[in-house]
Design a protein around this ligand. Structure first.
Ligand code: ACM
Ligand code: ZN
Length: 760
C-alpha cells in the first residue's frame, strides 16, 4: 500500500482524486479503489440510521441506486457506526478499502462529516440532481482521521436588504454542509425589511417586509446594465395600492422547514433580530417604540428604538419570545451594532432612564438595553450574541461578542481577557460582500482567527469565525453565489483544518478540482482572475497581450470596442498586439456557467521618461508622517489641516510600526528615487486600505485614491534606464492599515521594491 499525505504529495493524479477541502487532520492515500454499484448496501443501526438515510437519499439522486440500509456487517458496503471513540462529536474516521468503506464517529454530526468527505471522494457528477448514466462511482482508497479546529464555523446572510427564497437558503445550506460549516447566521431584520413572521405584530411583515425601490436598488439597476447578476429578482416585486413594491418574508412554517433542513446537515441556525438600531422597518409600522413617534434617519444610521420607554422592552421581548420558541439554537443574536444615539440625547424618556438607572451617558444606556435583553434571553434558556459594539459601555460576563470592526483591532483580545467568548468576522477579511480581486481568496485563506496576545487557555474563547454577506448591493441569488464562493471554501479550511497543515499552494490546486463539482451543482461561483492584464497599460509603438489563467482549459472572450464580452465576442486563441489607444475588456468562462469578473484594461501610447542624474546617493527613502482626520478629498489633502509629526528614513514602502500600533488615522508621504536597469515598460501594483497614489517621474502611475477597504490596482509606466523620482502618498483613515507596493520583476512575479533600488 502506498502511503503518503496529500500535503507532501506532489503527484497531481493523487491531488485530482483526493482533492479534499477542508484538508483533514490526517490523511493517507492508498492504492486501488472501492466501486459503488446498485448492490452496495449501507450498514447502520440505532441512531446512525439518521445519517444513513441522508446518505441513501443523497446517493440516489445522481446514481439512481436505492441502496438498502442493513443492520449487519456486509461486503460491498458503506458502513456507518457510532463507536464513541472520537472525543470530538464532529470528528470522524473514514477508511476506504476495495470491498468496504467504513465511517466511524461518536455522534451523528461526525458521521455526517465522514459522509461529506466520502461525497468529495466520489466523482463530481455525484452532485447532479438527476441520474447520471455511464459512470463508474469510484472512491479512491484512503485512511482519514479528522476533526475540526474550531467549533463555530459560520456563514451569515443578510436577508433583510434583499430577500432570498426558502429554496435558495437550502442551496446555501448545502454549500455550507459540503465544506463542513456548521452555523448559519440569518440576519432577519434591518431598516430595509423585516423578514420573519411575528404573530403578535402582523404589520412587521404585512408592511415591513415590503418597500419601494431605494437608492441601493437603483444602484443595482445601474450595475445590471453590464452584469445580469445585478438584476433585482423580478419575482420579488408586487403591486400594492397601485405602487410597485419589493420584498418578501419567511412564515414561521417556512422557518421551521429551513431549520429542519439545516439540522439534517448539522447546521445550527442563529437568528438575528437587530436592535436597538437597524430597526426602521419595524418602527415605521409601530412608531410608538421610537423616541419621537416616527421612523427617521439620523446622521449616520437610522434612529433607534427608544431605550427609555418600557413599551420598547415589551415589544422586543414579545418578538424574541416567538424567536426563542421557533429556533432551537442555544444562541440568539441581537445585533446592537451602529446605534445612532442623537435621539437618546434629546429624548426625555431616555434621559429619565439614564438618571433612574444612574447611567453615565448614552453609551451606558445602550449597554443597559443590551444587558436587559440578555437577561430576558437567559430567562428563556438562551445565550446572547451581539456585534462588537456590545463592548462599549460595558459587556456582561456571559455575552458572546461577534467581532466585525476591523478598525478596532484590540476588541477581540479585550473581550477574551474579560472572559467572554468571541466569534471572528472581521470586516477586513471575512466580509464577503466586498468586491473581489486577484488577492481576495488568499486574503481570506491567510487570516488567522486567533489574535496574537492570547494564552492557549484564553484562545479557547475564540469559538471560530464567520463569513458575512451584507446584501445592500446583492440583489439576486446568482450574486450571492458569486460573492460567497469560493471565499467560503477558503474560510472553511481555515476553520476546520489544523493550522500547521494549511497550505495555500495545494489549496489553489484543490479548489481548481472543486470547480468541476461546483459546475455540476450549478453554483454561480467566481472564477479566479486571469493574469497578464493590468488596469492601466502603457506601450511604446505596440503592446503584446497574452492572457494567463489558473484554469486548465479556460475560455477567454474579449472586446476592444468598449462592449461587454460574452460568448459571442472574440475568443482568445493566443497572444495579439495592440497598436492604438484602446480599452480591452475580457472575461473568463468556465466549463459550466461560471464566469470570472470582467477585466478592463486601458492601453495608452506613451514615451519613455528620461532618467535623472543626482549626487550624494543615500539608500532607501524619506517619509513624512502626519496625523489627523481631514483628508476628505483624498491624498491632495495631506499636509493641509492635518498635523505633521516628523519624518524618518526607511528601506521600503512598509507601514511604520508606530503608525500602525497607534491605530490612529495617519498619512504618509514617501519620497525618493527608483533605479531601473534598462529602457522598458515597468508595472507597479498598489494594494492599499485606504488611499494610495503612486507617482513616478512626476506622473501619476497608480491611482488608488479615496477611502476604501483593501483594493489592489496595477498600472504601467515607460522608463529609460537610470534613476527616476518616486513618490507614494498614503492615508489610513480609520486605524490599522494595509499598504503593499510591488513591482513586476523579470520572472513575471510581483515583488517588493528593495532598498538597493531606492535612494533619496
Ligand atoms: C455590521 O457590519 N454592521 C455588523
Ligand atoms: Zn427615547
Amino acid at each position: 500500500m502506498l502511503i503518503g499525505t496529500l500535503i507532501s504529495c506532489s503527484d497531481s493524479v493523487t491531488l485530482e482524486k483526493v482533492a479534499l477541502i477542508p484538508l483533514p487532520s490526517e490523511l493517507s492515500v492508498g492504492g486501488g479503489s472501492f466501486e459503488m454499484n446498485s448492490k452496495t448496501v449501507i450498514v447502520a443501526s440505532g441512531e446512525a440510521v439518521n445519517t444513513a438515510t441522508y446518505l441513501q437519499q443523497f446517493l440516489k439522486n445522481a446514481t439512481g441506486f436505492n441502496l438498502d440500509i442493513v443492520a449487519n456487517k456486509s461486503e460491498n458496503s458503506i458502513a456507518l457506526s457510532l463507536d464513541g471513540e472520537n472525543l470530538n462529536s464532529e470528528g470522524y474516521s473514514v477508511v476506504v478499502e476495495k470491498d468496504i468503506v467504513s465511517i466511524k464517529a461518536s455522534a451523528n454530526s461526525g458521521l455526517f462529516y465522514g459522509v461529506q468527505t466520502l461525497r468529495q471522494l466520489l466523482p463530481p457528477e455525484i452532485e447532479s440532481g438527476k441520474v447520471v448514466e455511464n459512470i463508474k462511482w469510484i472512491i479512491p482508497c484512503v485512511t482519514i482521521d479528522d476533526k475540526p479546529r474550531f467549533k463555530y464555523r459560520g456563514m451569515m446572510l443578510d436577508v433583510a436588504r434583499h430577500f432570498f427564497s426558502t429554496d435558495y437558503i437550502k442551496r446555501y445550506l448545502d454549500y455550507m454542509a459540503l465544506y463542513k460549516m456548521n452555523t448559519f447566521h440569518m440576519h432577519l431584520t434591518d431598516d430595509q425589511g423585516w423578514r420573519i413572521e411575528i404573530k403578535k405584530y402582523p404589520k412587521l411583515t404585512q408592511k415591513g417586509a415590503f418597500r419601494t425601490k431605494n437608492s441601493q436598488d437603483k444602484e443595482c439597476d445601474r450595475l445590471a446594465k453590464e452584469n445580469p447578476d445585478m438584476v433585482i429578482t423580478p419575482e420579488l416585486f408586487k403591486v400594492v395600492d397601485g405602487e410597485k413594491v419589493y420584498g418578501g418574508f419567511y412564515t414561521q412554517e417556512e422557518i421551521k422547514e429551513i431549520i429542519e433542513y439545516a439540522k439534517v446537515r448539522n447546521i445550527t441556525i442563529i437568528p438575528e433580530i437587530d436592535m436597538p438600531g437597524h430597526f426602521m422597518s419595524a418602527i415605521e409600522n409601530y412608531p410608538e417604540v421610537s423616541c419621537f413617534g416616527k421612523a427617521d434617519w439620523g446622521q449616520k444610521f437610522s434612529t433607534p428604538l427608544c431605550a427609555g420607554n418600557e413599551k420598547t422592552y415589551e415589544m422586543v421581548e414579545n418578538i424574541l419570545a416567538e424567536i426563542v420558541d421557533l429556533f432551537p439554537s442555544s444562541y440568539v443574536h441581537i445585533g446592537a451594532d451602529e446605534v445612532e444615539k442623537i435621539n437618546w440625547e434629546k429624548c426625555p424618556k431616555c434621559q429619565t432612564k439614564i438618571k433612574k438607572e444612574k447611567l453615565a451617558n448614552e453609551h451606558e444606556l445602550q449597554s443597559y438595553f443590551v444587558h436587559r435583553i440578555e437577561d430576558f434571553l437567559i430567562s428563556k434558556g438562551k445565550k446572547m450574541i451581539g456585534w462588537d459594539e456590545i463592548l462599549d459601555g460595558g459587556m456582561s460576563k456571559t455575552a458572546t461578542m461577534m467581532y466585525w470592526r476591523g478598525w478596532e483591532p484590540d476588541a477581540p483580545v479585550k473581550a477574551v481577557k474579560q472572559g467572554n467568548d468571541v466569534i471572528m468576522a472581521p470586516s477586513t477579511h471575512f466580509y464577503f460582500h466586498e468586491e473581489q480581486d486577484g488577492g481576495s481568496l488568499m486574503r481570506v485563506y491567510g487570516f488567522e482567527p486567533v489574535p496574537e496576545g492570547l494564552t492557549a487557555e484564553e484562545a479557547k474563547h475564540i469559538l471560530g469565525g464567520q463569513g458575512c454577506i451584507w446584501t445592500e448591493y446583492i440583489p439576486s441569488e446568482a450574486r450571492v453565489d458569486y460573492m460567497a464562493v469560493p471565499r467560503m471554501i477558503a474560510l472553511a479550511e481555515t476553520l476546520w483544518s489544523p493550522k500547521k497543515q494549511k497550505d495555500w499552494k495545494t489549496f489553489v490546486k484543490r479548489i481548481g478540482v472543486h470547480f468541476d463539482r461546483l459546475d455540476v451543482k450549478k453554483v454561480n461561483y467566481r472564477l479566479p482572475d486571469m493574469g497578464g492584464l493590468f488596469e492601466d497599460n502603457v506601450f511604446v509603438t505596440k503592446a503584446d497581450v497574452a492572457f494567463t489563467s489558473p484554469l486548465s482549459n479556460p475560455e477567454i472572450y474579449y472586446t476592444t470596442d468598449g462592449t461587454v464580452p460574452d460568448k459571442e465576442s472574440k475568443l482568445y486563441t493566443g497572444p495579439f498586439e495592440i497598436t492604438k489607444n484602446s480599452t480591452l475588456k475580457a472575461r473568463q468562462f468556465g466549463k459550466g456557467s461560471a464566469r470570472g469578473d470582467m477585466l478592463e484594461a486601458r492601453f495608452v501610447e506613451g514615451t519613455y521618461a528620461n532618467a535623472i542624474e543626482f549626487e550624494n546617493v543615500k539608500r532607501g527613502l524619506k517619509c513624512e508622517y502626519y496625523e489627523g482626520k481631514s483628508w476628505r478629498r483624498g491624498v491632495v489633502d495631506i499636509g493641509k489641516s492635518d498635523i505633521w509629526k516628523g519624518s524618518f528614513e526607511t528601506n521600503s514602502f512598509e507601514l511604520p510600526e508606530i503608525a500602525v500600533k497607534r491605530y490612529a488615522s495617519f498619512a504618509l508621504v514617501y519620497n525618493g528615487y527608483i533605479h531601473v536597469k534598462k529602457d522598458d515598460i515597468y508595472t507597479f501594483s498598489l494594494l492599499c486600505d485606504d488611499a494610495g497614489v503612486l507617482k513616478i517621474a512626476d506622473k501619476v502611475v497608480v491611482d488608488n485614491d479615496g477611502k476604501h477597504g483593501p483594493i489592489k490596482k496595477t498600472a504601467q509606466v515607460a522608463l529609460r534606464k537610470g534613476w527616476h523620482k518616486i513618490e507614494l502618498k498614503y492615508i489610513e483613515a480609520g486605524g490599522g492599515g494595509v499598504l503593499y507596493l510591488t513591482m513586476l520583476d523579470h520572472f513575471g512575479q510581483f515583488s517588493e521594491i528593495s532598498g538597493e533600488h531606492l535612494a533619496h
